[in-house]
Ligand binder design. Structure first.
Ligand code: AMP
Length: 187
């Protein structure tokens, strides 16, 4: 059956890597808002032009732009068939509420939220090692702060909704994925 998943965790927590494993083993469509924004920057689309200044600074792109982009993506046929795995969205409570409304209106629900928990020091180390253009030390520190403030209330939000699964993301990839499978196989 189609699974509707949310991956939670700060930048560098390993969401993207685990997502790559998940799509090989389960039918679900990986939707990374960061990847969609970056593709729009590269292609210099109108959306890319609107998002660029926020992304360059490590700030969140405004919710109305991000929510519209996600709603558009979720309405496509592949998601209808296989469900979705959101990576990098929602990033704050307003986005989570928008998503809930969208899902309710469309007769859908969240199957599980996977929260990859990793210490600050390990996150900083991983992000510095990644070498992406927006991974300079100053931008990394800002990105971690901005995301922490916005993202951690989501852990509570999905805990209250009864769909939260916390996974220790500070271990070897295979160990982390083992726990992911445990959750997904029991849905
Ligand atoms: P990421 O690859 O998830 O770290 O995203 C890269 C950048 O894209 C972020 O620093 C934000 O500027 C933007 N972005 C990605 N997802 C979101 C979101 N859900 N809300 C707002 N901005 C986002």
């Amino acid at each position: 059956m189609a699974k509707n998943l949310i991956l939670l965790g700060l930048p560098g927590a390993g969401k993207g890597t685990q997502a790559d494993f998940i799509v090989k083993d389960y039918a679900t469509v990986h939707i990374s808002t960061g990847d969609i924004f970056r593709a729009n920057l590269t292609n210099n689309t109108d959306l890319g032009k609107k998002a660029r200044e926020y992304m360059d600074a490590g700030d969140l792109v405004p919710d109305e732009i991000t929510n519209a982009m996600v709603a558009d993506r979720l309405s496509q046929a592949d998601v209808e068939k296989d469900g979705f795995m959101l990576d990098g969205y929602p990033r704050n409570e307003a986005q989570a509420e928008f998503l809930d409304n969208y899902l309710t209106e469309n007769g859908k629900s969240i199957s599980a939220t996977l929260y990859f928990k990793v210490s600050d020091s390990l996150l900083r180390e991983r992000l510095l090692g990644r070498g992406r253009a927006d991974d300079t030390p100053e931008v990394i520190d800002n990105r971690l702060e901005v995301n922490k403030k916005a993202n951690l209330p989501l852990v509570d939000y999905y805990d209250k909704a009864g769909v939260l699964n916390t996974i220790d993301g500070g271990r070897e990839l295979a160990e982390v994925y083992h726990d992911v499978r445990d959750v997904l196989d029991n849905l």
